[in-house]
Design a protein around this ligand. Structure first.
Ligand code: GMT
Length: 374
């Protein structure tokens, strides 16, 4: 198949999933055309079946806000026509699904029919999509898609509860490439960070409020009262300054390192003992899956799609959002040397269920189904 993939090219989960899916499909022989405003961060791989088309955003003094959606729709029209694509797969509803609808209608006037599949990732529904400033367009463009997928049952439920959805939503969970995300021997790194055998706790996110990174720091502060430990914070975002201030207030800066936006996050995860994800909302929790693939148990909140990934008492624990005491207690239990090896083993076993080789064919089959029905 010749497939156009539209996504955000940034470090965020939806862009990562879209890029990894495109890479995996290209290895199967499909021709994959990425359409986005800059090279996706995980587009670090050469394959003769991979193509990249950059959206040109022209500014003009009249435009206080350059109309990205129009430039994107125009680029989709151009790529579909000239590369003779079979379908468009857009990740994240806003503005990709509505731009795809516009492209599809323009193409129809030229006698070309292009099916559009929209994958919902989470914040496009749970946070931004529900906002009245976007809601009617999100609902319309979901209903106008030829196929819709969601990354968890919870996200599907949430979408159907909140919007008037006329079409069937297929759940296809996120996946992981276990050849990349696997525990590597990085003993020298562990020794440098934890010279006295401290336990290593990791959190990775985009440091937005929804991630509750302040809870991570509070849980860590409690843990280190009982157990020698270090915390690595990977990623960056709007809450970074507040988090730094909290570390200073709690006087624990010496045991915490901010690593910024790392490409090779699997190297850090390889030496971690515990991953914390206390998010307010999380439709899937790809970062937790990446940790589990590297044999790292997870203490997370029980929100959104997290219970579909993190198995309570096996791969880690689930607590109510904001229950710092419970998350501390559960973390200490996992970090006990008598329990840690079992949790690590279970985390890896669970991650294997989400290997790309198991999930990517579900997308292929879904593409075939949509192509056959349109
Ligand atoms: O988590 C974010 O803020 C980024 C966001 C995105 O769209 O990039 O992540 C969402 O999609 C990921 C990939 O499907 C999921 O793993 C995340 O759980 C989801 N984030 C939220 O629901 C908050």
């Amino acid at each position: 198949m010749k497939i156009g993939i539209v996504c955000y090219p940034t470090f965020g989960g939806s862009g990562v999933v879209a890029t990894e899916l495109g890479k995996a499909l290209s290895k199967e022989g499909h021709k994959i055309h990425f359409i986005t405003y800059s090279q996706p961060s995980r587009f670090d791989f050469f394959n003769a079946n991979l193509y990249y088309h950059e959206v040109d955003i022209r500014t003009y003094p009249l435009f206080q806000y350059p109309p990205y959606e129009l430039a994107l729709a125009s680029k989709m029209v151009d790529v579909v026509m000239h590369e003779e694509l079979d379908l468009l797969h857009v990740h994240y509803a806003i503005p990709h699904a509505s731009a795809a609808y516009m492209a599809k209608e323009i193409l129809r006037t030229k006698g070309i029919y292009i099916p559009v599949i929209t994958t919902l990732h989470g914040t496009d529904i749970t946070l931004v999509g529900k906002d009245p400033s976007y809601e009617p367009v999100v609902e319309f463009s979901i209903n106008k898609s030829d196929g819709v997928t969601a990354v968890s049952e919870d996200l599907k439920r949430d979408t159907c509860e909140h919007f008037n959805i006329e079409s069937e939503i297929q759940v296809i969970p996120n996946f992981i490439d276990l050849t990349r995300f696997q525990k590597q021997k990085k003993d020298h790194f562990k020794k440098a960070i934890c010279p006295d055998g401290e336990k290593l706790i990791v959190h990775t996110s985009n440091f937005r409020k929804v991630k509750r990174v302040d809870d991570v720091v509070k849980i860590f502060s409690n843990i280190r009262k009982e157990k020698a430990a270090k915390l690595l914070l990977v990623g960056d975002g709007p809450e970074r300054t507040n988090i730094e201030n909290l570390c200073r207030e709690l006087k624990i800066c010496g045991d915490i390192r901010f690593l910024g936006k790392l490409d090779a996050v699997e190297e850090v995860l390889s030496v971690a003992d515990l991953f914390l994800m206390p998010s307010e909302k999380e439709s899937f929790g790809l970062a937790a899956l990446e940790a589990m693939a590297c044999e790292v148990p997870v203490v997370s909140s029980n929100t959104g799609g997290l219970p579909e990934l993190n198995v309570n008492g096996k791969t880690g624990f689930l607590s109510n959002v904001g229950d710092i005491e419970d998350m501390t207690e559960k973390s200490l239990f996992i970090l006990d040397d008598a329990n840690l090896p079992t949790f690590k083993r279970n985390a890896l076993a669970r991650a294997r269920e989400f290997d790309v080789s198991a999930i990517m064919p579900q997308y292929e089959a879904y593409y075939q189904k949509i192509l056959a029905s349109t």
